[in-house]
Design a binder for this molecule. Sequence first.
Ligand SMILES: C[S@@+](CC[C@H](N)C(=O)[O-])C[C@H]1O[C@@H](n2cnc3c(N)ncnc32)[C@H](O)[C@@H]1O
Length: 264
Amino acid sequence: MATEIDPAAHNRTAWDRLVDAENEWTRPVPPEVIGRARDGDWSVVLIGYEPVDRTWFPEELAGTAVLCLASGGGQQGPVLAAAGAQVTVVDNSPRQLGQDEFVAAREGLALSTVLGDMRDLSRFAGESFDLVFHPVSNLFCPQIEPVWRECFRVLRPGGALLTGFVNPDLFLFDAEALDFRGELVVRHTLPYSDLTHLSTQERERVFGKDAPVSYSHTMTEQIGGQLAAGFVLTAFAEAPHHNSPTARHMSGYFATRAVKPPVR
Ligand SMILES: C[S@@+](CC[C@H](N)C(=O)[O-])C[C@H]1O[C@@H](n2cnc3c(N)ncnc32)[C@H](O)[C@@H]1O
């Protein structure tokens, strides 16, 4: 029952359409959020609605080179730019990047946008960023080992990678029962993918023809993958999935802070 599609191409169109649908992760921040960030009062989310602990960021953001990875939507990138960072946003969806460009133009912010796949950062030289900010998005990517390898390469020694990802246990459940009836029906064996575990018919019926396709990823891929790339984990956080009945029972999101060790 596997479906042959190119996930990056499919998800590019899917996220472009989610911008039209005003999905909450595509809505540009309002001017007052940028105004406050300019005055030093800012926060951004990596997972759900939880502001990231300020200690996860460099003490001084001004002049910090930040790569917002798969982080389009006119949200974190413009806030960090207003707080003084030199921001580059990479995303697979032109419309998502358009939201960042919209906020940057509205607010007179310097911010670069680059259309690309999170697995290939080859357009950036090694050691060109102080921080990679990577909110929940790697569920849309079939392989994440290249993401960790590339993040490690583009970070300067001592730089940090802040990542949000989905608790893979969320993918155990029958999506139709969960989303439409709020019932937790264990159905799938992990690791899960919409393309291998559902027929095309069922996927399109339950999620819609144009919905992004997703992949569960194991904790070995998420945590072990970062460690294997050379990172040292320095902090961990979790949060309930903001709009899922699973939130009553478990955390739906995890976040890690990983550091590229300084050269001795
Ligand atoms: C949930 S949104 C994350 C951005 C949002 N501002 C946030 O706060 O979470 C997921 C993003 O991942 C992007 N994306 C999906 N697959 C990608 C890929 N292979 N490479 C780069 N970006 C990708 C989507 O276009 C989308 O903008």
